[in-house]
Design a protein around this ligand. Structure first.
Ligand code: FEO
Length: 169
């Protein structure tokens, strides 16, 4: 496997692992506050990130490279209000998108068509994740973030969870 691509994909493993841990921490924070819908949403997101990480992990070894288990910094255990939390997640997803796009570009430059193809799934996934986060942020802005709003926000997120479960991944 091309060494530059291998290095970039190993760095991507680390980003996906960080997202996996961050979303797990967010899920836990909201679960202890009784925000069942938000907690479920982030447990699901966290599991998806682990799957994103593992797909790259297995791909590297399949291509005769060496996938490396990354050190993951401990994420915050406490988060600000719900709007700031989703904005934080949106910013993280934008960084992931940028990173994926950079590896797509690198695969073109290095004429690694296999990796280029492999990454197309991630390009689409990032488009969907960013769009979902924007939708949720817009909904939260409409509802407002006062203490009375938390029930309605949680209910909205529960509906999104139900819709996501109906859609094949
Ligand atoms: Fe796998 Fe949401 O980045």
């Amino acid at each position: 496997m091309n060494k530059l691509i291998e290095k970039a994909l190993n760095e991507q493993i680390s980003m996906e692992a960080q997202a996996h841990y961050l979303y797990l921490s967010i899920a836990s924070f909201y679960e202890v506050q009784g925000m069942e819908g938000v907690a479920t949403f982030f447990y699901d997101q966290s599991a998806e990130e682990q799957m994103h990480m593992m797909k790259i992990f297995r791909y590297i070894n399949e291509m005769d490279g060496h996938a490396i288990v990354p050190a993951v910094p401990k994420p915050n255990a406490e988060f600000e209000d719900i709007l700031s939390t989703f904005k934080l997640v949106y910013e993280h997803e934008k960084r992931v998108t940028l990173s994926i796009n950079n590896i797509v570009e690198l695969s073109t430059k290095e004429k690694d068509h296999g990796t280029y193809n492999f990454l197309q799934w991630y390009v689409q996934e990032q488009r969907e994740e960013e769009s979902l986060m924007r939708t949720i942020i817009d909904k939260i802005k409409l509802i407002g973030i006062g203490p009375q709003s938390m029930y309605f926000i949680d209910r909205e997120i529960k509906e999104i969870n139900a819709l996501k479960n109906q859609t094949p991944q």
